[in-house]
Write a protein that binds this ligand. Structure first.
Ligand code: 3PG
Length: 394
């Protein structure tokens, strides 16, 4: 794929797809990581004299304007972080957008309203793609985290304009290649999170590609139950017992070791500071629920990390958002961070709660790469081709 090194952006109108789908509360951005990630590409294009026209989505407004999903509150945050004015147009096509784009001078930056306010975005329909394309001379995609969507602004545009990967997209693809594409072995995958149902494809792909698969979080309960272990009141998808057993079988066949918890932290209530105890997985009380992976299990995970050359991590090992059930996630994340810092491990993490969990552990900065992608990271871990990436390679 081509990068900004190959692009001539000076004096050009550059349609730059970014991911500004950031967590917000009461109209304020609560986590700026995704915004930080796109700053280098915006700066580079602007400094080279390109006219930066930012395209992004927010939420899932289903093709209709929705004031609650406006990108307008993001423009001042972006402006503050960039240290330069960022204009805003309250429509991404039509006369409003055309007017603001026509008024841009070299180096200017403008943000256009949520592309998903138009049904043509998700439909990737020709008319909408044309409307967007008419605003630019060049297309740069820096939104890996939206690259699993074949939408007008993530895929369609690349068929119409000279197309390039932005710096974050580039860094992401390079890191992912080191993680699973062409990794140094042994490779350990850590997969956590609540449910097996959302990660079946991922687990199936991983067992064929990694040397050890650590399963933690709520989803481990489903595997334990499938093995005849009573998990009390824990979150558990009993209907997926067969699927869990099939994944274990596939792992055996592929020579991948599945690492399940041997002990667990249990409580009767799911709230901060709830009375908890650590028990072996065979001794979970009937009225209790598993809320974290236990310390013996964490030792086993860390021992695998010691042997590994590469780690891919998706999902927390316990209910990390509520203390004290963050301990396993924090301990394993810190160990991985230490090994990475010492140059012994390449560590790539991403997806959903993962960034938040690693940040909480103070480990994110030491990981080799932390992706801000949720669904896109999962699909990549599932071994799927991402339309927004494929089109850049074409
Ligand atoms: C994300 O937050 O994962 C991306 O911005 C994609 O959002 P989507 O799942 O609504 O397509």
């Amino acid at each position: 794929f081509k990068t900004l090194d190959d692009a001539d952006v000076t004096g050009k109108r550059v349609l730059l797809r970014v991911d500004l789908n950031v967590p917000m509360k009461d109209g304020a951005v609560t986590d700026r990581t995704r915004i930080e990630r796109v700053l280098p590409t915006i700066r580079e294009i602007s400094e080279k004299g390109g006219r930066v026209i930012l395209l992004a989505h927010f939420g899932r407004p289903k093709g209709k304007p929705n004031p609650e999903m406006s990108l307008e509150p993001i423009a001042p945050v972006l402006s503050e972080m960039l240290g330069r004015p960022v204009g805003f147009a309250d429509d991404c096509t039509g006369p409003v957008a055309a007017g603001i784009v026509a008024a841009l001078t070299d180096g200017d930056v403008v943000l256009l309203e949520n592309t998903r306010f138009h049904a043509g975005e998700e439909a990737n329909d020709a008319e909408f793609v044309d409307a967007l394309a008419s605003l630019g001379d060049v297309y740069v995609n820096d939104a890996f985290s939206a690259a699993h969507r074949a939408h007008a602004s993530t895929e369609g545009l690349a068929h119409h304009l000279p197309s390039y990967a932005g710096r974050t997209m580039q860094a992401e693809l390079e890191a992912l290649e080191k993680g699973l594409g062409n990794p140094e072995r042994p490779v350990v995958a850590v997969v956590g999170g609540a449910k097996v149902s959302s990660k079946i494809d991922l687990l199936q792909n991983l067992v064929a590609r990694v040397d050890a698969l650590v399963i933690g979080g709520g989803m481990a309960n489903t595997f334990l139950a499938a093995d005849g272990i009573s998990v009390g009141k824990s979150l558990c998808e009993h209907d997926l017992a067969e699927t869990a057993r099939a994944i274990v079988e596939a792992a055996k066949a592929a020579g991948c070791e599945i690492v399940l918890p041997v002990d667990a932290v249990v409580a009767r209530e799911f709230k901060a500071g709830a009375a908890s105890e650590t028990v072996d997985v065979g001794a979970v009380p009937q009225d209790a629920m598993i809320l974290d992976t236990g310390p013996k299990s964490v030792e086993a995970v860390n021992a695998w990390l010691d042997r590994a050359k590469t780690l891919v991590w998706n999902g927390p090992l316990g209910a990390f958002e509520i203390e004290p059930f963050d301990r396993a996630t924090v301990a394993a994340a810190r160990h991985a961070a230490e090994l990475t810092r010492a140059g012994k491990l390449v560590s790539v993490a991403g997806g959903g709660d993962t960034v938040a969990a690693l940040n909480q552990a103070g480990a994110a900065a030491d990981f080799s790469y932390v992706s801000t992608a949720g669904g896109a990271f999962l699909e990549w871990m599932e071994g799927k081709a991402l339309p927004g990436v494929e089109v850049l390679k074409a």
